[in-house]
Design a protein around this ligand. Structure first.
Ligand SMILES: *[C@@H]1O[C@H](CO)[C@@H](O)[C@H](O)[C@H]1NC(C)=O
Ligand SMILES: *[C@@H]1O[C@H](CO)[C@@H](O)[C@H](O)[C@H]1NC(C)=O
Ligand SMILES: *[C@@H]1O[C@H](CO)[C@@H](O)[C@H](O)[C@H]1NC(C)=O
Ligand SMILES: *[C@@H]1O[C@H](CO)[C@@H](O)[C@H](O)[C@H]1NC(C)=O
Length: 618
């Protein structure tokens, strides 16, 4: 730094021409604009190249010098001089030179006053410089700084035209000063200084798919119908704010198709009809040639939603224990019955139906019902005692599981596409452009299987459902619907009961799709839109509108207020078991009676009476 200051002194001492601190201000300007290449157009009276070399000697910058008073550069030469691809370039031109007017006209004719170059125009007279620039091709995104020397400092001015297309007037705003202590003091940021676009029209594209009987503006301004596509109206409000802030008006171009690469939004971009679009777009390779993507402002959330069916594969009463445990319990039941039979037989060899009685005892112990026989022998008692412990512990597990399962939500068994395909649910798909697009282009095997099995059903074409009828089918149950939840959920909240909402289950077919605000490739308003949208995000305006327009997943409230009862569907097994038992015992009774009538009643009725009589007499 010391070295540079020393050089600066040298310059001040040596150069006594119109503009003194040229190398230093250009050096700071290069750093400020983060350029690594500098081009200096000068005339021999105004500058001493040696001084420049001294200032820049320790800097890894590339400098090129052109004396416009001696060299008359042709257009070809000019573009080769100015052409440094992929680098930021800072250019300084000395407006005090005599030949400068012809030079500036040539530069402007070749459109070099655009965002690719950082221009620093050094002048000693504000009035004449502004008059000169008014006649030039300056655009809204031009990076042009007019530095007017005024005793020992520079006044810096920002120069732009709101639009080149409409012969807009030149706007010069105060940018800051470059003071005696070599500091650039800026007045506000670039877009604070460029807040006034002088009421120009900017062309915006918007696509609204279906023909509503409202005018486009009525539709965009409307607030009421919340459950159709909301994204256009959401973004229309963002751009209206932008228009208010920057004093331009929105000129709408309506397209009828929204998304894919060959729709009319892209056509409007390709035909240069629009500068930006209100409808946000997804980043797709084919679009990159026409469109600059700015800021992601919205996410499309296509989701498969369905009422999860109850798990009816297994009986609720068998649920607590696994099949293995049930089988082991059965085996133990038999083993214990056999053991009891065996011990009883050893000590009491007379009598019959030991095993049946032992089995009845074992079952009633297992079911916590006590036992009916008395067991005087130690060995039987040991068996019985341990079996009581065993049954008690199993019973604890069993009943606490049942209680617990009534208090918690049942686990969902359909959690991925495979399980959905294998389930009995029907699948419907919302009628939006990106769904057919997805199925036409995807190579995901599961998605294709879902499409063929559940959507086409072997036919050549399936039906896509409009959002409201799809959701109505979903409400009936047994129907999984793939729709954009960002507005569809509003309909769900309005029409579903609390219990139905609690049954809802979500699944993704393809990832959520972020969409961005876009502008035409190379549009002068690109940076404005990008920075202002980021500012909206920073201020919370974006999240305010997102919260307002995007429906959230409805919350399941009833689990807190209501305890679920076991319904007939779950308990039916017990009733079936009981009626089967009643039925079979009736049949058994009938068979027993018939058997009795056939074999005993005819042969022995009198004998039995006699026996009774005899017994009575004795
Ligand atoms: C600026 O103009 C030059 C020359 O016409 C061109 O190569 C460059 O792409 C332009 N830059 C922008 C951002 O339009
Ligand atoms: C700074 O810029 C604003 C406009 O952005 C202007 O109103 C204000 O006067 C400027 N400040 C000075 C000191 O000129
Ligand atoms: C917007 O631009 C128009 C046209 O130049 C101008 O008359 C008006 O004053 C500007 N409005 C604001 C708020 O700057
Ligand atoms: C659109 O038309 C339908 C019937 O054709 C009518 O019921 C509805 O009110 C109209 N909507 C508007 C916004 O005019």
């Amino acid at each position: 730094m010391d070295f540079r200051k020393c050089c600066f002194l040298l310059i001040v001492l040596k150069i006594s021409q119109a503009i003194p601190e040229t190398p230093k201000i250009f050096f700071d300007f290069l750093n400020e604009s983060k350029s690594s290449i500098g081009i200096i157009f000068y005339c021999n009276k105004s500058l001493d190249i040696k001084q420049w070399q001294n200032v820049f000697i320790s800097e890894p910058k590339y400098l090129a010098f052109f004396d416009i008073s001696t060299n008359n550069l042709s257009a070809m030469e000019m573009s080769s001089v100015m052409n440094f691809k992929y680098h930021k370039i800072a250019v300084v031109a000395d407006l005090t030179c005599n030949q400068i007017e012809a030079f500036i006209n040539a530069i402007s004719g070749m459109n070099f006053f655009n965002a690719s170059y950082y221009w620093l125009l050094l002048s000693d007279n504000y009035q004449t410089s502004v008059q000169l620039l008014e006649r030039q091709n300056v655009n809204f995104d031009s990076e042009m700084t007019l530095a007017v020397a005024a005793d020992n400092k520079f006044d810096l001015f920002d120069v732009y035209k709101p639009s080149n297309k409409y012969r807009a007037e030149l706007v010069v705003t105060f940018k800051g000063i470059y003071d005696e202590k070599f500091k650039i003091i800026l007045n506000g940021t670039k877009f604070q200084r460029r807040s006034d676009l002088r009421g120009i029209k900017i062309n915006f594209g918007v696509t609204v798919a279906d023909n509503k009987n409202q005018t486009l503006l009525e539709y965009l301004e409307s607030e009421d119908v919340f459950f159709t596509d909301v994204v256009h109206r959401h973004h229309y409000r963002l751009f209206k704010l932008l228009a208010e802030k920057h004093n331009f008006s929105i000129f709408l171009h309506r397209g009828s198709h929204w998304g894919s690469a060959k729709n009319d939004m892209m056509e409007m971009y390709a035909m240069n009809q629009i500068d930006a679009s209100i409808t946000p777009l997804r980043v797709i390779l084919e679009r990159l040639g026409f469109v600059d993507f700015a800021v992601t402002t919205w996410t499309i959330t296509p989701t498969i939603v369905f009422r999860h069916p109850k798990n009816s594969l297994r009986n609720a009463f068998l649920e607590p224990l696994s099949l293995w445990v049930w089988n082991s319990i059965l085996i133990i039941l038999f083993a214990v019955s056999l053991l009891i039979t065996a011990t009883i037989r050893c000590f009491r060899p007379v009598g019959n139906a030991y095993f049946v009685r032992a089995f009845m005892n074992a079952v009633s112990i297992m079911c916590q019902q006590g036992f009916m026989d008395s067991f005087p022998h130690l060995s039987t008692r040991v068996t019985i005692l341990t079996f009581i412990f065993f049954s008690q512990i199993i019973y604890q597990f069993y009943s606490s599981f049942i209680v617990g399962s009534l208090l918690t939500k049942p686990p969902k068994t359909i959690n991925n596409l495979r399980q959905l395909i294998d389930s009995r649910l029907e699948v419907g798909i919302e009628d939006v452009y990106y769904n057919p697009d997805f199925f036409n282009s995807t190579d995901d095997k599961l998605a294709l299987e879902l499409y063929n099995k559940k959507f086409l059903h072997g036919k050549s074409q399936g039906t896509y459902y409009p959002i409201d009828s799809g959701i109505a089918l979903m409400q009936k149950g047994g129907f999984a619907f793939h729709f954009d939840t960002s507005y569809g959920y509003r309909l769900v909240i309005e029409s579903f009961s609390d219990e139905t909402i609690c049954e809802l289950h979500e699944m993704l077919l393809f990832p959520q799709r972020p969409v961005s605000v876009t502008s035409k490739k190379g549009s002068p308003f690109k940076e404005l839109i990008m920075i202002e949208m980021l500012r909206f995000a920073e201020n919370g305006i974006l999240s305010y509108y997102n919260g307002k327009w995007k429906a959230k997943k409805p919350r399941c409230e009833s689990s807190i207020t209501k305890i679920k009862a076991i319904d007939l569907e779950d308990a039916s097994w017990v009733f079936i078991l009981l009626s089967a038992a009643i039925g079979s015992s009736l049949i058994t009774v009938i068979i027993e009676n018939i058997h009795y009538c056939l074999f005993y009643s005819k042969k022995t009725p009198k004998i039995s009476k006699k026996v009774i009589v005899v017994k009575a007499k004795k």
